[in-house]
Design a protein around this ligand. Sequence first.
Ligand code: SF4
Length: 412
Amino acid sequence: MSTGSTLLSSVSGPNTSRQGGFAEPSPSALLLLGQGRDLASERGVECVGDLPAPSDPDLVERARVARAALGERAFVLGHHYQRDEVIDFADVTGDSFKLAREAAARPEAEFILFCGVHFMAESADILTSDAQQVVLPDLAAGCSMADMAAIDQVEDAWDVLEEVGIADSTIPVTYMNSSAAIKAFTGRHGGTVCTSSNAEVALRWAFDQVGGLDGTGKVLFLPDQHLGRNTAVLKLAMSLDDCVVFDPRKPNGGLTDAELRDARMILWRGHCSVHGRFSAKNVSDMRAAVPEVNVLVHPECKHEVVTAADFVGSTEYIIKMLDAAEPGSSWAIGTELNLVRRVARAHPDKQVHYLDSTVCFCSTMNRIDLPHLVWAMESLVAGRVVNRIVVDADDAHWARVALDQMLALPGI
Ligand code: SF4
């Protein structure tokens, strides 16, 4: 094994090519973004204007000029999973919760340029004043996990819990990675938002609202089944049998009334398309290749991955662990690849490996590239606000209730 930071996987950039020549889809085929078949959902897919490639020095210079022109009128937030070319222009980097708080702490900034995904920009809009405008440089930057819980599905699921007679003893807890509508649902039903850093505290609070951990009350955990299960089993000493998975595409969630009544954690059938790819075999293969390796994974990974790993924690935790690691130590990290690459570069005295040999960027995070950021900034300089994210006032109110409940949790 060579010394210094290494990535076991061969890494190439995401394929963002959107060439023509595709066969016409059948009526049931998925719509392919960028091919003009669903114009209502494709705003922001193509960059408006004639902008060169991200690596073009002229584009970097245009970004510098536009950023300087905006000055303190704008605040640029960069999520840890963003591309380097975008992170270079971020005023602050962090996870979704840290970025939302940073946005709220900058009331003087007229424009919040959110380099992340849609649900994060929504949270920033909810937490900032009406005078501030939140801009998402590419509206195609969504989140597959957040999209797995649509509000009508969740309302229908709540109806099922009411029919079974358990809604009164169930508290909804939603992960930050959910739409504003789902956060609002959670606020309306007395629940809280959580992050991967505070999921344990949030769940303890939620169970306290319905008779405590030793009682029979329940949590409806949205939308990431893995974070919910991992937290319940590893932090709250529940068993896997205490957890059931509610599948919104099946009648009664695919569960019997008795299964719903007996459960303590009703997990929504959602997952992260990046973290869900890591497997227990990745861990065993890595240990065979690098016997002294420390395996460090995000709690959005599957339960068998988390239990096979040495350490589990949020992106901020992963960064701190590597900062504190001994020189010469070996680490295999299971989280988004842009972050792992930056961590590897920041620690040339440590061996940093990527846990999944097939490599996965978050494709929607990667939608935000320098051309889109330049376009958004130059538009603002020219007096045009593009791709503004605005949350409906009623949803914003109730989502704020759920977010404020999270902020009131102990230790937040
Ligand atoms: S990494 Fe996963 S949870 Fe995060 S934005 Fe991408 S799909 Fe969503």
